[in-house]
Design a protein around this ligand. Structure first.
Ligand code: PHE
Length: 335
């Protein structure tokens, strides 16, 4: 064996590697030469052993480089195949998102009331039993409690904490946080244990109104409702109050508007009666004033509350309230 034989075997091996034979160090010319080491004179073996080892290392380095290149090429191909083009521009003019109909309605109602001199306040969506019921003159055994289909939380004493089923507890918080006179509206999300149908969602929105001042009368309440209904629906709509009962107001009423779809003649939307009930209202009950430390001999007030989602579907003639939360673009893009 000559040194030139080692060089030739290495070059042949490298050529085979280039040709794709990555197993050339297991089966190839350098392996053959290695098995012939024993034919050499004892004093030559170490030198040739070292030469063969160096040659194998050179070939191995090439094998490693090719294997790495192959793997990164495969990886790049895989990434390219899986690539999502998040900058893809769809044909046509760009479309922009906008506020939901519920939020637009809430903003519009706030504007109407701010224009009438009211401020806007908010309260928590998770309430205590005291703010939601007790302070509103609905004690523990009161039948009105069951009418609220409340969702209680597993927090503190049983039935002490709940998702608020109405915005009336914000009245309580407001009266505790500031002295009269108060002219405020309180919009927000409310929750009930309701099965959704065409006129109910388990999650919906209300706006609460509260006025506390000297000499406030039921006439002020009726006038305020008439005023905001006309501001929101336009001049052609009629309003009316019908006797009702709420524990936190006395006397109490429900307010209704003439049906915007049929103009009061009677249709499917108003179930043939020509009127649509929007919410409740009344003069603040003295017990509510007492609960928050306001003297009912000195101050009087009125409160009202109604569904934001509901007033929106009435104005726009929407037959099913559930579409408000569906995020169906065919509906959403109409507003
Ligand atoms: N909180 C009542 C409800 O959700 C509505 C209401 C508010 C009635 C204020 C009277 C006064 O049904």
């Amino acid at each position: 064996m000559e040194e030139a034989d080692v060089k030739t075997a290495m070059e042949e091996s490298l050529a085979r590697v280039e040709g794709g034979d990555l197993g050339v160090l297991k089966r190839g010319p350098l392996v053959d030469l290695n098995s012939r080491l024993k034919e050499l004179a004892a004093e030559d073996r170490p030198r040739f052993g070292q030469l063969l080892k160096d040659a194998r290392q050179t070939v191995q380095a090439r094998i490693d480089a090719l294997a790495a290149a192959k793997e990164s090429a495969e990886r790049a191909a895989r990434l390219e195949a899986e690539r999502l083009d998040l900058t893809e521009v769809l044909p046509g003019p760009p479309t922009r998102g906008h506020l939901s109909l519920v939020t637009q309605t809430r903003d519009e109602l706030e504007d109407v009331f701010v224009g009438m001199g009211f401020t806007v306040a908010e309260g928590p969506e998770v309430e205590t039993d005291w703010h939601n019921f007790e302070a509103l003159n609905i004690p523990k055994a009161h039948p009105a409690r069951s009418g609220f289909d409340s969702l209680y939380l597993d927090w503190g004493e049983p039935e002490s904490t709940l998702f608020r089923p109405h915005t009336s507890p914000v009245q309580i918080r407001l009266m505790q946080s500031q002295p009269p006179p108060i002219y405020a509206v309180m919009p927000g999300k409310v929750y009930r244990k309701d099965t959704p149908d065409a006129s109910h969602n388990a999650t919906f929105h209300q706006i609460e109104g509260l006025v506390v001042d000297h000499g406030i009368t039921f006439g002020d309440l009726a006038g305020t409702i008439d005023e905001f209904i006309h501001a929101y629906f336009g001049p052609d709509i009629q309003t009316r109050l019908r006797p009702a009962s709420f524990p936190f107001t006395e006397p109490s009423a429900e307010f209704e508007v003439s049906c915007a779809v049929c103009g009061g003649a009677g249709c499917r939307t108003c179930s043939g009666v020509g009127w649509i009930e929007l919410g409740g209202c009344g003069m603040v009950h003295p017990n509510v004033f007492k609960a928050v430390g306001i003297d009912p001999e000195e101050w009087t007030g009125f409160a009202f509350g109604f569904g934001i989602d509901r007033i929106a579907i009435v104005r726009h003639g929407i037959e099913d309230i559930r579409v408000l939360l569906d995020n169906d673009l065919r509906f959403v893009t109409q507003f």
